[in-house]
Design a protein around this ligand. Structure first.
Ligand SMILES: [Zn+2]
Length: 256
């Protein structure tokens, strides 16, 4: 069994063929899919998908940094209300994005800290989105060292020192389609970091692996990513499947 630790299957991109797509994923051995939230607008479709597939879908709840704007305080109230009243497996996705728009950097940091602190108090992992912000996130997380903070850096594309620092803080690294890209530095970095710290993800509908690069991504492509990881690490595919699944189960279900 494979686990897709990060997939947005509730988005409109899958409106036409969502059921067929979920079947393709299950047929490919991807039996659990963890759904990160984006913002207040996506809550109802995320919950609807979970209700349709309670065995396969594992919902998470958070406010994405790209959705942090002037409305952040009200949006966070809504997100925290969901967390307090629902069943969620992680707080996510949350983080910092310095790539798209720097207008709301301070609000992004405030939202990240608030949601991280909620996760610590409620003993849930956090799912981190980082774009051009890895060093700042590591700096912030250093302040929470020893608090029980844990989680995953989703779509990890960092350097070896950044990966080691994240692992040292109690984090796993989410590996997706980027590992199959020709210009990716992950094939050099990952053998040094080790399989015991890695989980698989698609980030569907984004970042489809080669040979689907540029097209819509979906959870049934997880084995394509696992194949590439097996090649990069020089390990059998079965071991990639077994260890990344065990890592994902620990990440979402076992407290430190
Ligand atoms: Zn995402």
């Amino acid at each position: 069994m494979f686990i897709d630790t990060h997939t947005h299957l509730y988005l409109e991109d899958f409106e036409e063929d969502r059921d067929a797509m979920v079947s393709r994923a299950v047929d490919a051995g991807v039996q659990r899919m963890y759904l990160p939230n984006v913002d207040v607008e996506t809550i109802s479709s995320l919950k609807a998908l979970w209700e349709s597939y309670p065995e396969q879908m594992y919902p998470m709840m958070g406010l994405h940094p790209c959705s942090v704007t002037a409305n952040a305080d009200a949006d966070l109230e809504r997100i925290i209300f969901e967390l307090e009243t629902g069943t969620y497996y992680a707080v996510g996705e949350i983080g910092l994005d310095f790539y798209w728009d720097k207008t709301w950097i301070q609000e992004q940091e405030r939202a990240f800290k608030r949601q991280t602190e909620w996760a610590i108090v409620h003993d849930l992992p956090i799912v981190i989105h980082s774009r051009d912000a890895m060093d700042r996130l590591l700096e912030i997380l250093e302040d929470y060292r020893g608090s029980g903070v844990r989680g995953v850096f989703h779509c990890f594309t960092g350097t070896l020192p950044q990966g080691m620092a994240a692992i040292d803080l109690g984090f796993k690294l989410g590996i997706g389609g980027v590992v199959t890209f020709k210009n990716s530095t992950l094939p050099q970095v990952l053998p040094e970091l080790g399989l015991q710290h890695l989980v698989l993800e698609t980030d569907a509908p984004y970042l489809a692996p080669v040979p689907y690069r540029g097209k819509r991504n979906e959870s049934s492509y997880i084995p394509v990513i696992a194949h590439k990881l097996a090649e990069v690490l020089g390990l059998p595919l079965e071991e990639i499947e077994r260890v990344t699944t065990k890592n994902a189960m620990e990440l979402f279900h076992v407290a430190n």
